[in-house]
Design a protein around this ligand. Structure first.
Ligand code: C5P
Length: 218
């Protein structure tokens, strides 16, 4: 089975405060996106890679990543993933969706997602236990309830899908969710979990960039 990857990389990166798309932000001398695609390419299972770039940066991103197919992303993350999915070559049967911002994802995590798909799962997400106590809070800032922590997981990428399952979910969904597993959950598909990694964290804030630089320094 051929495994393709869609890398949504068209976000504005407002929380990073750099005034440029987050995926193109520098980490140890290279854009975050270049680190992310390098990690994916290091995975023996991975075939074609499609990157959804900010529309104004498609040519620049294509020059950075000559081995990937670069398309223009959309206004919402879901639009960017849909654009990438539409550009995947026909031979791809298993699709991973991986945030460019999770630039240091370990090969083991990617391969665990692929292995679960090859074992027959329709949808797979890497997860970590939640370390903090989590509370639901009302609009006025008061606590509504404490959510039992043992039942919670933080969800990372790459998220893996049988191609037909993800395409069907994208065709039928009109909402705007923060991940792709949410789309297929809404369609009634069982989503499986594998162990994620602290190294697969999403670079969102300047603090996260400091952590990523420290990781790369070893
Ligand atoms: O905003 P957030 O951190 O959830 O974005 C996750 C990933 O989705 C990032 O890699 C970002 O570049 C991408 N994205 C996108 N198109 C958008 C918004 C976000 O490709 N319109």
């Amino acid at each position: 089975m051929t495994v393709g990857v869609v890398v949504p990389a068209a976000g504005a990166g407002t929380r990073l405060g750099a005034g440029r798309p987050k995926a193109l932000h520098d980490l140890a001398g290279e854009p975050l996106l270049v680190h992310a695609v390098r990690q994916l390419r290091a995975c023996p299972s991975i075939g074609p890679v499609v990157v959804a770039a900010p529309p104004a940066d498609v040519a620049a991103v294509q020059a950075l990543l000559p081995d990937a197919l670069v398309v223009a992303g959309g206004a919402e993350r879901q639009d960017s993933v849909a654009a990438g999915l539409a550009a995947l070559p026909a031979e791809v049967d298993l699709v991973l969706v991986h945030d460019a911002a999770r630039a240091l994802v370990p090969v083991d995590v990617v391969e665990a997602v692929v292995a679960a798909l090859r074992d027959g799962a329709q949808a797979v997400v890497p997860v970590l236990p939640v370390a903090d106590t989590v509370k639901q809070v009302a609009a006025d800032g008061t606590v509504v309830r404490t959510v039992p922590r043992a039942d919670l997981r933080a969800v990372q990428t790459p998220q893996g899908f049988q191609r037909s399952v993800l395409e069907a979910a994208h065709r039928t969904s009109s909402g705007s969710l923060t991940d792709d597993a949410g789309l297929v959950e809404a369609a009634g598909v069982t989503v499986h979990t594998v162990a994620g990694s602290p190294l697969a964290f999403k670079v969102t804030t300047p603090f996260d960039l400091l952590v990523a630089e420290a990781v790369l320094r070893g």
